[in-house]
Design a protein around this ligand. Sequence first.
Ligand code: ZN
Length: 199
Amino acid sequence: MMPIYIIGHKVLRQTGADIDKDYPDLQGLIERMFETMYESDGVGLAAQQVGIPIKLFVIDATPYADEFPEAEDFKRVFINAKIVEYLGDDTVLNEGCLSIPGVREDVVRKDKVHIQYYDQNFEYHDEIIEGLPARVLQHEYDHTYGILFTDRLSQLRKTMLRNRLRAVARGKFRASYPVRLGDKNTVDRYIFPQVPVAK
Ligand SMILES: [Zn+2]
């Protein structure tokens, strides 16, 4: 399995490059990302989280299917994804992230998105996705633009979390999976973004 890059690492702040079907060993990378995601009990994983700044993320929302029926069999690969429009209502759900171990916070997101993307076979899709899959998708999509869920919290919550995130960035957490930390001289620079997060 691939190590998971932790908040404070520069790569998590990099907007992914678009890729094409000739990207080296793309199918192998997708396979390793799914394996890494399953081994670390995640429901989504973006390439940034394994240290590769490209527009690729994988999702398997099946573990949520008991609570959210629409998550049943929602296993997909998203390449060069572009959210065209955020739709529906604001919903709140407690989120975590493999790149921010031990931290969970309520995050407000829309419950529906219009998205265009390519799948692992480079078939083009133009779809409306709703409910829990739309939430997981927005979280992973954000990663491919260098955005973390902590960026979407209120200024007050960010301030309250700052020291905790500084500790996480320095390796003060327990995780059941291999990790890679950022350069300890620069981690603080990458905990919160330098520019406001676009909606
Ligand atoms: Zn995440």
